[in-house]
Write a protein that binds this ligand. Structure first.
Ligand SMILES: Cc1cc2nc3c(=O)[nH]c(=O)nc-3n(C[C@H](O)[C@H](O)[C@H](O)COP(=O)(O)OP(=O)(O)OC[C@H]3O[C@@H](n4cnc5c(N)ncnc54)[C@H](O)[C@@H]3O)c2cc1C
Ligand SMILES: *[C@@H]1O[C@H](CO)[C@@H](O)[C@H](O)[C@H]1NC(C)=O
Ligand SMILES: *[C@@H]1O[C@H](CO)[C@@H](O)[C@H](O)[C@H]1NC(C)=O
Ligand SMILES: *[C@@H]1O[C@H](CO)[C@@H](O)[C@H](O)[C@H]1NC(C)=O
Ligand SMILES: *[C@@H]1O[C@H](CO)[C@@H](O)[C@H](O)[C@H]1NC(C)=O
Length: 468
């Protein structure tokens, strides 16, 4: 039965929280996990849709080496789906580009991706850096393209949307050209397909295949934490108050809520208030929005052998789109979820994503069909969708954004992520409130494996004799 005191309380049961809680529980610690929503997983959310499952949040395991998520998938020996990110390009006039053109677009995108990993000498808005470098690259490798300014604009725009998707940014000039995101080696698009990303959490919690769970881990769902009291005196307990009015105590707490939630609630969530370094980190770090629109059809009507579709807007076609429909010109492309073969996912980010979260569902569905008709319809009529799901990672009060990015506005402030990660200690120096979550990882932020690493990092801080 529920206790009133725990060794550790973990707040939030997404990837970071579940990793922290299970690492401690497996070491015999008595742990309570408190989660505001009615499910475990946070920004991972597998749902039944179409003729299988789709991922409303994280979809792929990005990379294989030193990746805790990949390790779990290997451990249970599920066949993993390796999805090719090669873009199949469609154009706004409905003309199908030839193979050479497809290859050039992919080559230029690949060059763009190299630029994202580059660490240039000086910080500047990423868009400025990317446009300059891409033009140089095209000049050297495909000078013939330079005769067609509209085409250059189309290619640059496609890459802009790609970078906004990756950083959840609204404008690629908000990104720092020296951002610290670092991919881990290995295939970048590994899918849980019909098993769903949720399987990862079942394995971690030992509930996979009807496993019994972990004996020293209690879980409370649908329970929002509204205040954490952290003591200065070493003999006092940490006190956690939840919205239903209950109070639970612990020796220490690991908080894993998103940067968006911290921004919104840090002034009231912590008592006493947070120290200045923490406030500076929370205020000056950035979290953006990336959302999916997932649409199902009676049958798939798209080409079978490709899974990533990119849209290139000719200037004249874009100019025909009314202002109220501007958002459909900012959809980066479509992908096919591997867990359901009659669904398509459309990708959107930034302010447009925030707006799409609030538009009437029927309108979104109708406009998306128009978009698909225009680009991919060619010689067929796109059938009426059978269902639609939109993600709402910004409206959701328990996420308030999709993932963090390194912004150009904080480029001069160093160590913000480390400041966010630093524990609050009592006056004997013991950590009492510890911080984990995607945004606290210096180089693997915005991923599930990065979030897991931070949960593990904070659990190890509490396990004596263990290395961090
Ligand atoms: C659309 C989308 C696509 C993505 N695609 C990928 C991908 O393909 N691959 C990849 O690696 N990563 C991807 N990511 C990023 C990845 O999902 C996140 O980086 C990761 O899941 C974050 O985990 P976390 O534990 O840090 O935070 P969260 O998952 O947000 O966990 C925090 C938890 O805290 C809970 N909470 C909040 N407030 C309270 C409160 N007051 N009291 C109690 N609980 C609270 C929340 O409900 C949540 O469950 C994607 C993200 C999004 C949004
Ligand atoms: C969009 O960006 C996120 C975060 O980097 C990534 O997980 C996802 O694979 C990207 N989507 C596409 C279609 O590339
Ligand atoms: C960073 O955050 C603090 C709040 O702690 C604010 O006063 C300051 O102006 C911010 N700095 C920058 C460079 O935005
Ligand atoms: C996919 O298959 C079609 C014919 O079925 C072919 O024309 C096209 O080139 C293929 N595309 C890729 C990327 O292999
Ligand atoms: C439609 O058909 C025409 C003529 O058969 C062809 O040239 C064109 O590429 C097709 N369009 C698409 C998008 O398949």
């Amino acid at each position: 039965m529920a206790r009133s005191h725990y060794e550790t309380i973990v707040i939030g049961l997404g990837a970071a929280g579940v990793t922290a809680a299970t690492t401690l529980a497996k070491a015999g610690r008595v742990v309570l996990g408190i989660e505001a929503q009615g499910r475990v997983g946070g920004r991972v959310n597998t749902v039944l849709f179409g003729n299988g499952v789709v991922e409303v949040g994280a979809e792929w395991i990005h990379g294989e080496s030193s990746n805790r998520v990949y390790d779990v998938a290997l451990q249970i020996k599920i066949p993993m789906g390796l999805q090719s990110a090669e873009l199949n390009v469609f154009r706004s006039d409905g003309q199908l580009p030839n193979k050479e053109f497809q290859a050039i677009v992919n080559e230029i995108l690949a060059k763009g991706m190299d630029l994202m990993e580059d660490v240039p000498h000086k910080s500047e808005p990423f868009g400025h850096y990317a446009v300059r470098k891409l033009r140089e690259y095209i000049q050297e490798n495909h000078p013939e393209l330079l005769n067609d300014e509209d085409l250059i604009d189309q290619l640059i725009e496609l890459f802009e949307l790609f970078s906004n998707n990756h950083s959840a940014s609204n404008n690629w000039n908000d990104l720092d050209s020296r951002d610290r995101y670092t991919p881990v080696d290995g295939h970048q698009y590994i899918s849980w397909h019909k098993h769903g990303f949720k399987t990862f959490f079942e394995v971690m919690l030992n509930t996979y295949n009807n496993g019994p769970g972990l004996p020293t881990l209690d879980i409370k769902l649908d329970t929002e934490v509204i205040q954490i009291y952290w003591p200065e005196h070493p003999n006092e307990k940490v006190t956690v108050t939840t919205k239903d009015g209950s109070v639970v105590t612990a020796d220490n707490v690991i908080i894993t809520v998103s940067l968006g939630v911290l921004k919104e609630s840090y002034k009231t969530l912590f008592s006493p208030r947070l120290p200045a370094s923490k406030v500076t980190a929370i205020e000056n770090m950035s979290i953006g929005v990336m959302d999916k629109i997932i649409i199902s059809f009676q049958h798939s009507w798209w080409p079978k052998n490709v899974t990533f579709f990119g849209f290139l807007w000719r200037g004249e076609d874009r100019r025909k789109i009314g202002r109220e429909d501007y958002w459909i010109t900012r959809i980066y492309g479509a992908t096919t979820p591997m867990g359901s073969n009659n669904a398509l996912t459309l990708w959107t980010s930034g302010e447009v994503a925030k707006m799409v979260e609030l538009l009437p569902e029927d309108l979104v569905k109708r406009k998306c069909v128009q978009l698909l008709q225009m680009f991919m319809g060619g010689n067929i009529t796109i059938p009426e969708p059978t269902g639609i799901i939109r993600s709402t990672w910004y409206s959701n009060p328990y996420t308030r954004g999709s993932y963090s990015y390194d912004s150009i506005y904080s480029a001069t402030l160093t160590g913000l992520r480390a400041d966010l990660a630093a524990p609050l200690t009592d006056n004997s120096g013991k950590p009492r409130v510890l911080f984990a979550g995607e945004a606290t990882d210096d180089t693997h932020f915005s991923t599930v494996h990065g979030a897991c690493d931070t949960g593990h990092r904070e659990a190890m801080r509490l396990l004596p004799g263990s290395k961090i």
